[in-house]
Design a protein around this ligand. Structure first.
Ligand code: FES
Length: 107
């Protein structure tokens, strides 16, 4: 069954460092919210598909993040590992509204 989403305001874009991330705790798990150098926002489950490393502590480059544990590179738009590595972490809808970040969370 499809579960409805509700857009939740998590604060201004400026609360997230450029090419950085902040972590949001949600009842279904931790979410990593990323800000890219071109001021786009993306959100993924804060768990690397390799061994659950905290992607919110990784290095953001382009529209990807490098996991701090073993350097897998995860595509921010899809959650898929890039290159020879295989795996995917959950993607959470994210959008910018008047300079504020909203996440599409399951109600
Ligand atoms: S846990 Fe992320 S690369 Fe190993």
């Amino acid at each position: 069954m499809h579960r409805p989403l509700e857009w939740k305001d998590i604060g201004p874009l400026t609360d997230i460092p450029v090419q950085g991330a902040r972590r949001v705790d949600h009842r279904e798990g931790r979410i990593a919210v990323f800000r890219t150098i071109d001021d786009q926002v993306f959100a993924l489950r804060d768990e690397c598909p390799h061994k659950k490393g905290p992607l919110s502590e990784g290095i953001v480059h382009g529209h990807a993040v490098t996991c701090p544990l073993h350097n897998w590179v995860i595509d921010l738009a899809t959650g898929f590992a890039q290159g020879p590595d295989e795996g995917c972490t959950g993607r959470i809808p994210a959008r910018l509204v008047d300079g504020r970040v909203e996440l599409g969370l399951v109600v």
